[in-house]
Design a binder for this molecule. Structure first.
Ligand code: NAP
Length: 280
């Protein structure tokens, strides 16, 4: 069994991005729109801004009050779309309940959509074309690539069908020639399905949900979850202690998929910057 070291892969990728940025004529810029002051979002945003700084990119934080109107948030996105120093825009989710998340996200210029969440970028991914891919699933694929894990013809099961993680991950695995099954909260006989999988990816937000009797011997397990256990300690959706001994490869939490997400955000920002100059 091999434990996948997401921290090391992320550090390597960030080093490469930093070198690439240093060779550019100007700085790529990432803008984050934060509406309200949800404590978890504050931490995620801080990490994103810090990552930009570390690799020599510019970052912009647009803070808006929790009770901001749709129009106010839309105007902020419009200004960032028009700002030539900004190559990537991310609207930190979740947004306050009164705001229409999908409608606001679709206002981001697709070429600056570095979390691959606009309908256009998703459509490009769905149709197998080059696209800016949602950072977490993109990070999962980079991890698999880094460890030279062959995907061709493998049976993959993705548990979770969110727009940000489960669905794009399933699509990426399918684009990589896996045979993919997507499961969710209404799936019947989940264990039967996961036991048939060569690769099980779990993204549901339920601490230690995947147990040893749900995976076959030698399976590869990717844990996207970021949960708290009964003692308040960070853990994933996989019961690591039980499941790891049965696996060929497994991603731990912390230190697996997590460090890759912000790394892929800065990678997407660099890609958006490069594409922007190719167009000119
Ligand atoms: P989400 O939007 O809440 O979606 C959860 C998905 O899990 C839904 O599709 C839901 O099914 C499914 N689900 C819930 N309970 C289930 C069950 N008992 N059996 C089977 N499926 C079940 O969550 P998300 O945004 O995708 O995030 C999932 C997890 O990944 C969370 O722990 C989150 O913190 C973590 N995450 C980590 C990163 C990272 O950087 N590592 C990034 C993003 C998210 P229905 O569709 O039927 O409701």
């Amino acid at each position: 069994m091999q434990i996948i070291d997401g921290k090391a892969v992320a550090a390597k990728l960030r080093g490469e991005i930093k070198q690439q940025v240093a060779k550019l004529g100007s700085q790529p810029g990432l803008a984050v729109v934060l509406v309200g002051n949800d404590p978890a979002s504050e931490v995620y945003v801080r990490n994103k801004l810090k990552a930009c700084e570390e690799v020599g990119m510019k970052s912009f934080l647009v803070r808006l009050e929790a009770d901001s109107s749709f129009q106010k948030v839309a105007n902020a996105i419009g200004q960032l779309n028009a700002n030539a120093d900004v190559h990537g825009i991310i609207v930190q989710l979740p947004l306050p309940k009164h705001l229409d998340e999908n409608a606001l996200i679709d206002l981001i210029s697709p070429e600056k959509d570095v979390d691959g969440c606009t309908a256009l970028q998703k459509g490009r991914l769905w149709t197998g074309r080059d696209s800016l891919v949602a950072c977490t699933p993109y990070g999962v694929m980079e991890l698999l690539k880094h460890y030279d894990i062959s995907l061709e013809g493998k049976r993959a099961v993705v548990i979770g069908r969110s727009n940000l993680v489960g669905k794009p991950l399933a699509q990426l695995l399918m684009n990589a020639n896996c045979t993919v099954t997507v499961c969710h909260s209404r799936t019947r006989d989940l264990g039967e399905i996961t036991r048939s999988a060569d690769i099980v990816c779990v993204a549901i937000g339920k601490a230690k949900f995947l147990k040893a009797d749900m995976v076959k011997e030698g399976a590869m397990v990717v844990d996207v979850g970021m949960d708290r256990d009964e003692n308040g300690k960070l853990c994933g959706d996989v019961d690591f202690a039980e499941v790891a001994p049965k696996c060929s490869f497994i991603t731990p939490v912390p230190g697996g998929v997590g460090p890759m997400t912000v790394t892929m955000l800065i990678k997407n920002t660099l890609n958006a910057y490069i594409a922007c100059f190719k167009q000119k």
